[in-house]
Write a protein that binds this ligand. Structure first.
Ligand code: DOR
Length: 437
C-alpha cells in the first residue's frame, strides 16, 4: 500500500448501507486518523473533542462498506502492456473497490509461492487497494498436476482457480477439492466444457446462425456447473462458480443451494446488461468468455440475483490491448474491462426494482468478502475505515478514454448511466475522490 496521510472527516447525513449490521439509515460517520470512530444518527461535533474536522454534507448520497471484486485480471506479471497491479488497482479504487482478488492466468502463471509473493510484494509497493491473489489449481493451468496448495496458502493465496480455463478432468477436480479443503482454500470454478465449447466465439443460438459464427452452447457452462456441484457434494468442499451467464446455470445453482450443497456463485454486469444481439456488428469489444447470452438468460440472471442464488457481482475485469481486440472476430481475445463501470450498471438493478440498495451493496462488498474469507465488507467502528461514498443519482456518460485502466475494451463506452463513486477510503486513507476536500 502507498503511504499517504490518514483521513479525518465527518460525513453528514448520508444513507448508510451496511448489510452485515442490517443497517440502512441516515446517519453521521466520523473518521479520525483513519479510524472509523462512530456511526450515529446525529453527531454533536463539540462532544467529540475534535476541532477543525472537515464536515462533508452527504444528503442524498450513500456510504457503503468498500467494495470487494472477487474476480479481476491484473495481468502482472507478464502482460504489463495491458494492465499492471498499479494501474488495475487505480481503476479499482475509482470504481469504489477497496480490494480485488486477481486471477492466476498471468505469465508466469501464479502456480507457485514465488509468484504469489511477487504479486503481494508488488501490491505492497504500488497498489491503491488490497490485492488478494487467487492461485492456480493445476501447474501452468494445464489441468494435470495439482499445485502445492499449502505453500500457496502460506504465501498469501486466498483461493484456487484455473480461471480462463476449466479443469476438464473430473478426477483432477475431485482431488483439487479434497486437497484445497485441507488448507482452507476455496475452489473457484471456471465452468466450461471445452469439448462442447470448442472453437466457439459467441453464444450458440439464432444470432450465431445469422452471423455465421461458431456458437458456444449454454450446456458447455451448465454441464461443468452440474459436475462441480456434484463434486462439492461428494467431497464436502465448498465450490464457487465464476461468471454465471445462463438460465440453466442459475437453476442448477438454485437447486444445489436448496439441497444444502456448499455452492456460491457470482455473475458480472455484462451478463445482466447485454444480449448477444450486441454482436450484430462484429464488434470484438463484446467478445467475452463465457459469451453474452440471450434475453431469457439475462432475465434469469436477474432473478438469480434477486432471490440470492447469485451471491456476488464481480467484474471479471479482463484488460486487453488493441493488438488482441482490433482483429477479426474469430481471432480476437475474450474479455471486457469492468472495474470502472460496475457500480452504475449494478444500480440499474435497483432502478428496475430487482435489488434493494442494501442487497446491491451486499453483492458488491459483504458477500464476496465472506466467500473469500477476508475481513472486509462491513462498516466496523474502532477499525481502519474501508468505505465507498456513492452518488446514486449522478447522471454521466461512461468514457473509457478517461479510465484509470491501461486498456480500453469497455463494452459500455458511451453509455448514459446513473450513479457514480464519489470517494473510496482504503485502510483509513483516501484512495480516490471526486469530492472537493
Ligand atoms: O473473457 C474472458 N477473459 N474470460 C476468461 O475466462 C479469461 C479472461 C481473460 O483472462 O482475458
Amino acid at each position: 500500500m502507498q503511504q499517504e496521510g490518514f483521513a479525518s472527516f465527518l460525513l453528514r447525513q448520508a444513507r448508510v448501507l451496511d448489510p452485515e449490521h442490517h443497517r440502512d439509515e441516515t446517519a453521521d460517520i466520523l473518521v479520525s486518523g483513519g479510524i472509523l470512530k462512530e456511526i450515529t444518527p446525529h453527531l454533536n461535533i463539540r462532544e467529540t473533542g475534535l476541532s477543525n474536522i472537515q464536515e462533508i454534507d452527504l444528503k442524498g448520497k450513500w456510504v457503503a462498506p468498500g467494495f470487494v471484486d472477487m474476480h479481476v485480471h491484473l495481468r502482472e506479471p507478464g502482460e504489463e502492456y495491458k494492465e499492471t497491479i498499479e494501474s488495475g488497482t487505480r481503476a479499482a479504487v475509482a470504481g469504489g473497490y477497496v480490494a480485488v482478488a486477481c486471477m492466476p492466468n498471468t505469465h508466469p502463471v501464479n502456480d507457485c509461492a514465488a509468484v504469489t509473493r511477487f504479486i503481494l510484494d508488488r501490491a505492497r509497493e504500488r497498489a491503491s487497494c488490497h490485492v488478494f491473489p487467487v492461485a492456480a489449481i493445476t501447474l501452468g493451468l494445464q489441468g494435470n498436476d495439482l499445485t502445492q496448495m499449502g505453500e500457496l496458502r502460506e504465501a498469501g493465496a486466498v483461493a484456487v482457480s484455473d480461471d480462463g480455463r476449466p479443469v476438464m478432468d473430473s478426477m483432477t477436480m475431485r482431488r483439487a477439492m479434497e486437497y484445497s479443503r485441507t488448507f482452507n482454500l476455496l475452489v473457484i470454478s471456471h465452468a466450461e466444457d471445452l469439448s462442447l465449447a470448442e472453437k466457439g466465439v459467441m453464444n450458440e443460438g439464432p444470432t450465431s446462425t445469422l452471423l455465421g459464427l461458431r456458437g458456444i452452447p449454454a450446456a458447455a457452462e451448465e454441464v461443468m456447473i452440474a459436475r462441480d456441484i456434484l463434486l462439492s457434494q461428494l467431497t464436502g468442499a465448498p465450490v464457487h462458480i465464476a461468471h454465471v451467464s445462463t438460465e440453466g446455470s442459475v437453476s442448477l445453482i438454485r437447486n444445489a443451494k436448496n439441497l444444502g450443497i456448499q455452492v456460491t456463485a457470482e455473475t458480472a454486469p455484462q451478463y445482466f446488461t447485454l444480449t448477444d444481439d450486441a454482436l450484430m456488428e462484429f464488434n470484438t469489444v463484446f467478445k467475452v468468455n463465457p459469451p453474452i447470452r440471450r434475453l431469457r438468460d439475462v432475465e434469469a440472471i436477474k432473478r438469480g440475483l434477486a432471490d440470492g442464488t447469485l451471491d456476488a457481482i464481480a467484474t471479471d475485469h479482463a484488460p486487453h490491448s488493441s493488438l488482441e481486440k482490433d482483429t477479426e472476430f474469430e481471432y480476437a481475445a475474450n474479455g471486457v474491462i469492468g472495474l470502472e463501470s460496475a457500480l452504475p450498471l449494478a444500480l440499474g438493478l435497483v432502478r428496475e426494482g430487482i435489488l434493494s440498495p442494501l442487497e446491491t451493496v451486499a453483492k458488491l462488498s459483504r458477500n464476496p468478502a465472506r466467500i473469500l474469507g477476508i475481513p472486509l465488507g462491513s462498516l466496523e467502528t474502532g477499525k481502519p475505515a474501508h468505505l465507498t461514498v456513492i452518488d446514486p443519482e449522478a447522471a454521466h456518460v461512461l468514457d473509457a478514454e478517461t479510465f484509470q485502466s491501461k486498456s480500453r475494451n469497455c463494452p459500455f463506452h458511451g453509455w448514459k448511466v446513473q450513479g457514480q463513486v464519489l470517494m473510496t477510503v482504503v485502510d483509513g486513507r483516501i484512495a480516490f475522490t471526486r469530492l472537493n476536500l
